[in-house]
Design a protein around this ligand. Structure first.
Ligand code: PLP
Length: 437
């Protein structure tokens, strides 16, 4: 009764994101009262293993004592101050730490509070750089097919997921796309590496013809998340970076989903051995606690804005830029990475999950089982047109939070997941797949 009351009040007063609200006539909302580690609990104590890290943000579990302590400590000192004309220890420390961790040369941090805003900032900075450099005609962008970079109007203009893009197409200045190097699209007998190089050749053709109008190429390094966890070979990154350099086009690495250790290295760019012109981070940066994003860039870009005229400076501001609480959560998150040797520990965890996943990988209705770092994905050949919805509902009955994208099921668990929890995740997912195929 208590629960139903909350659900009805939510449906009456809250417009939920990424949701056709009418579906909730038949599909119940899930009330969550508290979280601990990989588990979310409803008010009656029923638990769900958060296999999607609450939309890819949580890294070290819900209600993590170390991140809680950092935020509590900061609460007693300073909750917020505007960052124009003022500064504070947490934002300075975070910028210094990030510059040490990121690919060499990204020494300037610009903050915002969500991923889409970070993308807006990178796009604006890139085009403004070219204007300040006497090339105002370089104002267009390209992205990969099936790219996802967020849902504000500027971010949508470089997003190629039809569902999100088409409804608002009239409001955006849609940019061009180039073929994506998704390993699943390789020709029979062609390696992921060779296919990536073949796609890079097509990128080169495009750059040759259009570089004079192009400000930047924006890319999700290694894994295109919202496209359905499409994975590609790192050689594409190296080649794309060289080509962008050669043709005078910026490379924007959108690591909002793949940064912070998700692909097995701290940043996905490391696997292509590249330094992009812009690196965008968000989602995991506060461990999943508070909204924060950052765009990191080079001295060369920074210098092009450094002048006497206000209008040559970068024009973007928002109320909560560099919020101290969020910065402390991010610093505590980085501290866990180093004190717990997270990147190496995750390698062992990923190897364990792969070692127990054979029943899933070899299931006759499972296709393209793939893994990169702490991301797993596969397609399910199911007779149900509403597979994603059924899978979500059935998995919840088995204590697992899965949120398939179409017929793609994926795991993106918090890094604190234990061996026993991985056993449970794989076994329960298999039960669900068997019931739906
Ligand atoms: C989630 C995401 C975004 C947008 O971030 P929001 O915080 O949801 O605005 C942008 N790019 C990528 C690659 C993402 O996964």
């Amino acid at each position: 009764m208590h629960n139903n009351d909350l659900l009805n009040r939510s449906l009456a007063a809250v417009w939920h994101p990424c949701t056709q609200m009418k579906r909730h006539e038949t599909l119940s909302l899930v009330p969550i009262a508290r979280g601990s580690g990989v588990w979310l609990y409803d008010p009656d104590g029923k638990r769900y293993l958060d296999a999607v890290s609450s939309w890819w943000v949580n890294l070290f579990g819900h209600s993590n004592p170390r991140i809680n302590a950092a935020i509590s400590d900061q609460l007693g000192k300073l909750e917020h101050v505007m960052l124009a004309g003022f500064t504070h220890e947490p934002v300075v420390q975070l910028s210094e730490r990030l510059a040490q961790l990121a690919p060499e040369g990204l020494g300037h941090c610009f903050y915002a509070s969500d991923g889409a805003s970070a993308v807006e900032i990178a796009l604006k900075m890139s085009a403004h750089f070219w204007r300040n450099s006497g090339k105002p005609e370089k104002s267009k962008f390209i992205s990969l097919q099936n790219s996802y970079h967020g849902e504000t109007l500027g971010a949508l203009s470089v997003t190629d997921v039809a569902l999100f893009r088409d409804a608002y197409a009239d409001l955006t200045k849609q940019n061009a796309t180039v073929v994506n190097p998704d390993s699943r699209d390789a020709a029979p007998g062609e390696s992921a590496h060779d296919y990536a190089l073949r796609c890079a050749d097509q990128l080169e053709t495009y750059l040759q013809q259009h570089h004079q109008q192009l400000a930047a190429f924006i890319i999700e390094p290694l894994v295109q998340g919202a496209a359905g966890m499409a994975m590609y070979h790192p050689v594409y990154l190296s080649r794309a970076c060289d080509l962008c350099e050669q043709y005078g086009v910026h490379l924007i690495a959108d690591e909002i989903a793949v940064g912070m250790g998700r692909t097995g290295t701290m940043f996905a760019c490391e696997q292509g051995e590249i330094t992009p012109d812009f690196l965008c981070l968000s989602k995991g940066i506060t461990g999943g606690y508070l909204p924060l994003s950052v765009v990191m860039t080079t001295d060369k870009i920074y210098r092009a804005f450094y002048a006497d005229e206000t209008a040559r400076g970068f024009l973007h501001s928002h109320s909560y830029t560099g919020n101290p609480l969020a910065c402390r959560a991010a610093l505590a998150t980085l501290e866990i990475f180093s004190s717990d040797d997270v990147i190496n520990t995750n390698r062992i965890k990923a190897a364990y999950l792969n070692s127990i996943a054979s029943p899933l990988r070899e299931h006759p209705k499972v296709k393209h089982f793939r893994n990169r770092g702490m991301i797993w994905a596969f397609e399910v050949d199911s007779p149900h047109a509403d597979f994603a919805q059924r899978c979500f509902t059935l998995a919840l009955q088995h204590e697992i939070l899965l949120r398939p994208m179409g017929n793609t099921v994926y795991f993106m668990p918090p890094y604190v997941i234990s061996d026993a929890e991985m056993d449970l995740l794989v076994a329960r997912t298999l039960l669900v797949i068997v019931q739906l195929t």
